[in-house]
Design a protein around this ligand. Structure first.
Ligand SMILES: C[S@@+](CC[C@H](N)C(=O)[O-])C[C@H]1O[C@@H](n2cnc3c(N)ncnc32)[C@H](O)[C@@H]1O
Length: 286
């Protein structure tokens, strides 16, 4: 479907000053740390070259976790060639790229100028063309109501400062019958939540933690989709990560927690998984 043009923040109400301040902090944080840059182990690689993206690719979700690539393939088939997908928080654009390669029209967005510039360059290098690659805040999307056939967002909405509002924005910009595929919420209880609470930090991040990471129970997450028809809600088991942090907490994590957690059988590990992917449909009217 054709995107309807909208000025400013589309139909979303303005952010209150406190939330606007949080969004500024989040923008500064991620602008200095586009996801993927931390995996560059060869300092001689020139940013934005084909070799640069190829070097990072194996670390990124669709290539690391086969079920994410399968989800992209299945959704691309459903959306169909010419269907229009919005990605919120595209980072370097690896997920959008896979939709583009499958003939889906994509508007790729991120809060930060660095991510937008990198994703734009990435598509250029790969010879694909997005409808638009632009800055956009998940909490006030600059698109008119019912602009998209699908919205994809992986690892983003829990980090925006107001997850329920971000889900309402997804609802607003989807056409009736449109699909929301929203992944990577921080579940609780989960091993990540435990480590976060006990260690008072998010072990995943190398230097500073992101300003916001909201943990929710599965029930709380699903409640945010109450206006949708939820098609699936799948926990995703990732092994506990190798971390680069230093200090006594990191040593405990590395020597005690991680080896034990990573030996857990899959069903038990899934109970404590920290990600939940929700696929939900905005019902047709009437
Ligand atoms: C963990 S990274 C995930 C990036 C990408 N989805 C991926 O899987 O590679 C989180 C991304 O969300 C973006 N982000 C954070 N808050 C946002 C907001 N309010 N609106 C849009 N993007 C946001 C950040 O700039 C960052 O690129």
């Amino acid at each position: 479907m054709e995107p309807k043009k909208a000025e400013g923040t589309g139909g979303a109400p303005a952010l209150d000053p406190e939330l606007a301040g949080v969004v500024e902090e989040i923008r500064d944080y991620w602008d200095a740390r586009t996801l993927g840059v931390q995996y560059v182990s060869d300092p001689t690689l020139e940013r934005g070259t084909a070799e640069y993206f190829a070097h990072i690719r194996p670390w990124m979700n669709p290539y690391k976790f086969p079920w994410i690539m399968e989800r992209i393939e299945a959704e691309a088939r459903r959306i169909g060639k010419g269907g229009h997908l919005l990605e919120i928080g595209c980072g370097m654009g690896f997920d959008s790229l896979e939709f583009l390669k499958r003939g889906v029209r994509v508007t790729a967005t991120d809060l930060t100028p660095a991510a937008v510039a990198t994703a734009r360059r990435h598509f250029e290098v790969e010879g694909v063309r997005a409808e638009e690659v632009r800055e956009a805040n998940a909490l006030a999307l600059p698109f008119a109501d019912e602009s998209f056939d699908a919205v994809w967002s992986n690892g983003v909405l829990h980090a925006t400062g107001d997850t329920p509002r971000a889900i309402r924005e997804v609802w607003r910009v989807l056409r009736p019958g449109g699909r929301a595929i929203i992944s990577h919420f921080y579940r609780k209880p989960s091993w990540m939540y435990l480590v976060h609470r006990l260690g008072r930090e998010n072990i995943e991040h190398r230097d500073a933690d992101p300003p916001v990471n909201e943990f929710y129970t599965d029930e709380e997450i699903l409640a945010m989709f109450e206006d949708f028809e939820v098609e699936s809600a799948e926990r995703e088991h990732h092994r506990a990560l190798p971390v680069a942090k230093r200090g006594p907490k990191a040593v405990l994590y590395r020597t005690l927690f991680r080896p034990v957690y990573n030996l857990l059988p899959e069903p038990l590990a899934l109970r404590w998984a920290y990600k939940l992917s929700v696929t939900a449909v905005k019902p047709e009217e009437g």
